[in-house]
Design a protein around this ligand. Structure first.
Ligand code: CS2
Ligand code: MN
Length: 359
């Protein structure tokens, strides 16, 4: 595996590549062209410039998170082929520039959803948190406004104001899309892009739904062992793979994370590792915890062990971190707590690896 950090690119991230390079063991970043809207073609020149910039700073561009999928493709609208053609063109250009990993998601309208971006934890740090009752009582448009005003002037991908302005129209377009239709539309998309993935050896890595259940009446299908297996089998090509995001699948306590990992040998192309802490009385409510097992609900050793056992060899990254040591920045994507997460995961990996080699 390769330890990486997500980086929001020049002009977008308050964290520099110089800083990332100083985190021990981190050799690559996962990034994207943040100014691109879903459906726009990425040119070879734009990709090359980004790659050169990262490499000039002594890091690898280890993969793209994300090339976002246009809503027409998820809805299965008449114009979807034009957007799939654009997606294929982008994949081809990425392949020609030597990039072989693309993370994406297939969640209608919203990407990840949290109800608080800065919940104060016992130790004074702040973390992202989710409360189901708040979501149930919330109008999705209000949801956007509250998130946007809380982002410290930053914008999370998937929550671009241009897109969210159209939120009412988007909801209307999804009205006939149920889970089955969404699944069919995903399969249609995958079948169309597989030839270019085969040709350029591009691993597609679908990110799970976060939280791992439908919200606002919109269907969600990538949130359980059965759900992901169904997609793997429907398009049975190793380039049709998975971003194993422990924090997203893990929002549903019924998901046995190590077991899910073991059920996906050869199909996990990218891993996100984070810990959550659940309120035991209402299992749909959680807050994001520091990475170590002792700080949250998940057994991180077992998660990393499962990845090691299936010979996972793709990029891995710590996921959302808390804001600690007075850091100000994009919620979930500060430097310090993610750096701690990276070294912790590296420590687990080294111990598991050496232990195994000694027999
Ligand atoms: C990420 C997602 O910040 C996050 O929660 O894990 O936004 C992820 O990048 C997308 O869903 C992938 O397309
Ligand atoms: Mn993730």
């Amino acid at each position: 595996m390769e330890m990486t950090l997500r980086w929001y690119g020049p002009g977008h991230d308050t964290i520099s590549l110089e800083q990332i390079r100083q985190i021990p063991g981190v050799t690559g970043v996962i990034t994207t062209l943040y100014d691109k809207m879903p459906g726009e073609v990425w040119t070879r020149e734009e990709i090359r410039n980004l790659k050169n910039y990262v490499e000039e700073h002594g890091l690898n561009l280890s993969g793209i998170e994300s090339v976002n999928v246009h809503d027409s493709i998820k809805i299965g609208s008449e114009d979807r082929d034009q957007y799939i053609d654009a997606y294929i063109e982008t994949l081809k250009n990425l392949g020609e520039e030597g990039i072989h990993l693309v993370c994406y998601n297939f969640m209608p309208v919203f990407d990840w959803t949290r109800t608080e971006l800065a919940r104060v934890l016992e130790d004074g740090s702040t973390a992202l948190a989710y409360n189901q009752e708040t979501v149930d009582n919330m109008n999705p448009e209000k949801m956007f406004e509250s998130i946007a005003s809380d982002m410290n002037g930053t914008v999370m991908p998937g929550w671009e104001p241009e897109r969210m302005e159209k939120i009412k129209e988007l909801f209307a377009l999804y009205k006939d899309v149920d889970a089955e239709k969404l699944f069919d539309n995903l399969v249609y998309f995958l079948e169309r892009i597989m030839p270019v993935c085969n040709e350029y050896d591009i691993n597609m890595a679908i990110h799970p739904d976060d939280p791992a259940w439908p919200i606002f009446g919109l269907p969600r299908i990538i949130n359980s062992k059965e759900g992901i297996q169904r997609v793997m089998k429907a398009v049975d090509n190793p380039h049709n793979g998975v971003t194993f995001c422990a924090g997203s699948y893990g929002t549903n306590l019924k998901n046995d994370l190590p077991e899910m990992i073991r059920s996906l040998p050869g199909r996990i192309h990218f891993a996100h590792v984070r810990n959550l802490k659940f309120n035991s009385i209402t299992p749909l409510d959680f807050e994001e915890a520091p990475h170590p097992s002792q700080c949250g609900t998940f057994d991180m050793y077992e998660i990393v062990k499962a990845l090691h056992d299936i010979n996972f060899d793709g990029p891995i990254r710590p996921d959302h971190g808390r804001m600690i040591w007075n850091e100000v920045g994009m919620p979930g994507y500060g430097l310090y707590d993610r750096a701690l997460g990276a070294t912790y995961i590296l420590g687990l990996w080294e111990a598991i690896d050496k232990n195994e080699k000694r027999g």
